[in-house]
Ligand binder design. Structure first.
Ligand SMILES: C[S@@+](CC[C@H](N)C(=O)[O-])C[C@H]1O[C@@H](n2cnc3c(N)ncnc32)[C@H](O)[C@@H]1O
Length: 457
């Protein structure tokens, strides 16, 4: 077998994240975004002594449980890679992928039944679209990056993960930009105006935030500055089913392809308000909030069910975002300390605690590792919910060094969860079981909850 060779490969198992594994000439070959049971035509793309990777060229035979995709954007936008499977098969596949990842690393855990998402369609409360073109110098588009391309952007007006208001806003803003001759930003030259569109819509209250991320350069070819008032008026006249609460302009002159910069409020407030269980949460543009609200209730409930009795306990909510997990715990706990480094999110968490009548919460702004050094009080309970990159070794060691009996780890990335669990093991902790919670139907993503317990000597 050599690089560039074309082969036929039967996928016999999957490993997180969406890696199909088959055997050719008695050697293991890995293909991204395949499905167990597919027969693929592939080209070998990498051949090392330890790893052989191939790129799928064609599906010769579908997996036995595969059916037609339901979305016109399938295979173009790069999302929803599992949509040719029914929901039950997706849940099984996610479990299989995470199990194989852990088994390969020699970390044995008992897998509890996966918790399904309460909603399979239109479950997202946030979408981030990019402005661009479908091909170089093509007409303006507003949508998702084309599968496998960093620059090309495809319209996704009929995405099934977002509700009708997201679709109305996306198509409306694209029409507005075209009618007004607004110019797209060019990443290579750093010239132009339009960059991203963020839409948030709460599930519990139906409140909508629209944020246009664009440079502070001239907005159109005639050299006119952006007319924020006219833009906000246009958005407020769109036929929405929810309530428009916030229209923002993010002055984004940074070089990275991310939404960042000074926020100018064009209409309404800087936040929208979501309901989760019986609690209220203000959400600002830059605060993290789980994208599947109803799934988040399942996630948090499953996580907190791991903790025995919380009354009279001091609880740490590490990587606390807007303080969701902390405030759910604070309804019963003696004291909650949350640590989060996005200032906006911390301010929202403090306000949320006041709105929710919780006076036993403290939210600290800063890096978890650095701030833990300053916290004098000792925890009885720790819940961690780090970003995709995981906690990393030094923070994991710092958390383990409290030596408390159990720690609940909520993770959106099984690979970094695995790395951190290996560090916990070295610190005398053991994880016995794992519960997966599906927050992202049709995609390969999954949340995990692990109860990590101190081993008795
Ligand atoms: C997966 S989110 C969890 C948020 C929250 N627990 C929730 O469920 O809404 C991870 C959070 O960690 C924050 N974060 C990432 N790295 C951090 C660090 N080193 N120190 C403090 N916060 C961090 C992010 O800003 C984000 O809000």
């Amino acid at each position: 077998m050599k690089k560039g060779q074309e082969i036929e490969l039967k996928i016999t198992r999957m490993k997180y994240p969406n890696i199909g594994i088959g055997s050719f000439e008695a050697q293991e070959v890995r293909v991204k975004n395949a499905l167990t049971g597919q027969l693929l035509a592939c080209r070998i793309s990498k051949k090392r002594s330890t790893k052989i990777e191939a790129r799928a060229l064609e599906v010769i035979e579908r997996a036995p449980n595969e059916k037609d995709s339901f979305c016109e954007h399938f295979n173009v936008c790069g999302g929803c890679m599992l949509q040719t499977l029914d929901y039950e098969s997706q849940l099984q596949l996610k479990t299989e992928m995470v199990k194989n990842l852990f088994d390969e690393a020699g970390v044995m855990l008992k897998f509890n039944p996966i918790v399904p998402s309460p909603e399979a369609f239109e479950y997202r409360n946030k979408m981030e679209f990019s402005f661009g073109d479908e091909f170089k110098d093509g007409p303006l588009t507003l949508g998702m990056h084309k599968k496998g391309h960093h620059h090309d952007v495809v319209d996704v007006p009929n995405c099934h993960l977002a509700d009708v208001d997201f679709r109305t806003i996306q198509t409306g803003v694209l029409a507005y930009a075209k009618e007004n001759g607004l110019i797209k930003y060019n990443k290579r030259s750093n010239i132009g105006f339009l960059r991203h569109l963020v839409v948030r819509k709460t599930k519990g209250t139906g409140e909508i935030m629209v944020a246009l991320s664009a440079t502070s350069q001239v907005a159109d070819e005639q050299g006119n500055a952006f007319d924020g008032k006219a833009f906000a008026r246009y958005i407020s006249e769109l036929p929405l089913t929810g309530t428009l609460k916030s229209v923002l302009y993010v002055k984004n002159d940074g070089l990275g392809d991310v939404v960042s910069g000074e926020i100018v409020c064009l209409f309404g407030d800087l936040h929208i308000t979501e309901k989760l269980f019986d609690l209220t949460f203000k959400i600002t543009l830059y605060s993290f909030f789980q994208t599947n609200t109803k799934g988040a209730e399942k996630l948090y409930q499953t996580a907190l069910d791991q903790i025995d009795a919380i009354e009279d306990k001091v609880c740490f909510d590490l990587f606390s975002g807007t303080g969701t997990i902390g405030q759910i715990m604070a309804q019963k706990a003696k004291k909650v300390i949350g640590i989060e480094w996005v200032e906006d999110a911390v301010m929202a968490a403090r306000e949320n605690a006041l709105i929710n009548g919780l006076d036993n919460c403290e939210f600290i702004c800063g890096d978890v590792f650095e701030q833990l050094k300053n916290v004098k009080v000792k925890p009885d309970v720790i819940v961690v919910d780090p970003p995709r990159s995981g906690m990393g070794e030094k923070t994991t060691v710092a958390v383990a060094s409290y030596g408390i009996p159990s720690i609940v780890y909520v993770s959106c990335n099984p690979s970094t969860l695995l790395d951190d669990l290996i560090v916990f093991q070295k610190q005398g902790y053991v994880a016995e079981d794992i519960t997966l919670v599906d927050m992202f139907p049709w995609t390969g993503g999954v949340e995990s909850i692990v109860l990590i317990q101190k081993q008795s000597m």
